[in-house]
Design a protein around this ligand. Sequence first.
Ligand code: GLU
Length: 553
Amino acid sequence: MTAPASIKTRFAPSPSGHLHVGGARTALFCWAYAKGRGGTFILRIEDTDQKRSSDAASIGFAKDLRWLGIDWDEGPEFEGCGGGPNGSYFQSQRLPIYEKHLRALLDSGKAYYAFETTEELAALRDAAKRENRPFRYTASLAPARSEAEVAALRESGKPAVIRFRTPPAAITIEDEILGSATIPAGETDDFVICKADGFPTYHFAVVVDDELMGVTHVLRAQEHFNNSAKHIVLQDALGFRRPIYGHLPLIFNPDGSKMSKRDKDKVLRKGLAEKGVSAPPDGTVDPARFAAWLKDKTTQLELEESTALAAHFGITLPEINVDDFRRSGYLPEVLCNFLSLNGWSPGGDLEKFDNEFLRTHFDLPRVVKTPAKFDRAKLLSFNMTAITTMPRDEFVRKVAAHGAAFHPRFMEKLSEGQFRGLCDASHERSKTLDDLFRTNGFLTVADDALLIDPKAVKKVLEGGSPTGYEHLKALRERLGATDDWSVAGLEAAIKPYAESAAGGNLGTVAQPLRVALSGGTVSPPIFDTLAILGKASATKRIDLCLAHCPATL
Ligand code: GLU
């Protein structure tokens, strides 16, 4: 198929939650395809499913896309993006447009009102099941009614949907990625194009909007491939163009399951079972909802509920949505790079590239047909490389912005100097922008509120010969006499002691110090830890720790 002169793609999310990484990848490919060819990229919000949509979600989507570096020429106006001559870009605000086209189909007999109740439809479905045939709704199933009878029923307020009278012919879908497929005549039923609440269905709205907005290329997830048959018959009935289709492979977990928000529920159920939790803590989830969720493994909690429960019990949920990855400290450019490799590759060995490269190189022939596997370890390794190789000042700036957004309390507690010291000590081992916040909470507690892990006390302080406590006492004296509290000064004060008391093994003397300063066995390098805390706090923590030393040690 020859490409139209001016390419227009669109990303059309239903704002029913958060932007899933699969959706982000679709957006990225649509953006790159259009922008790399001097075309137009549209963002359209498919919010006709009133139960599931929300304004907040639409804004969330826009924010996530901007964070990823994706801008749109037409669409909702947000941070300098959007606007355009084909609005509104919210489907819920386009009802009169859909009504006009629905009316045209009704008037020409290509669509009709159907009045079956849910129960009646269920009975028809059961009958088909009993007879071992697939259930497909066609006009012949409905009682024959004259125009006047239909009008009278409508007048009486009886709920009705509008169905499309699908022509009895085979439908061929041509796909730039998957090739072509023919759906035999009779397989596509008389599907609903307008719901009883007056809102068009996805199938109808998408066809009208793609035509009116001039969309030339529909790139979307493979799960919509079969829907294309419905879209094609509607396009023909309405006298519309047929856009070029390209269905993108789904993103799977390495175990072959679809990567979805259910994964969070799965991990949470497992984590709670391991901890023996049978009731939710106050303020997390309604107890009845929680009980039902625990019982029925197919149900899901709202994101806010699962996040609250996970936070309460210290369970780490897998990242699924773009916002999860942002919170976890992934860089947007790394996420885009990695997502692009889920289903596409530029060829050769090249794996690391930016959005600009994607824009100029993305094409459809190199999109794969089979599902992509989301390799978290590879993403983390990409992220770590990008973080550890960035200039120090950039790292400090990015960590500070991440902290301001997600760890404001932590940021408040540290002075500028302490924060810089922590960044210096953490940069070369940071896999994410969040690592530093997750592992250094001890810096933000008051000296006398520091809790010391009893296991570390037993192993590190009470154990050894000399014991950790003995090292700590000796070091306390040296540190008390040290005025140069810089990393170099502290090194000069402690290293000779490690030489004389531990045969040069710094770890032996650093670990007791670490337990006293941080409450556990993990902290930045010991000289940095001391320097960041400062003399007053460090010596106070050591004194408080020594005060617990049993007289016998
Ligand atoms: N609103 C649909 C979705 O979120 C878009 C499908 C399409 O691109 O046609 O899956």
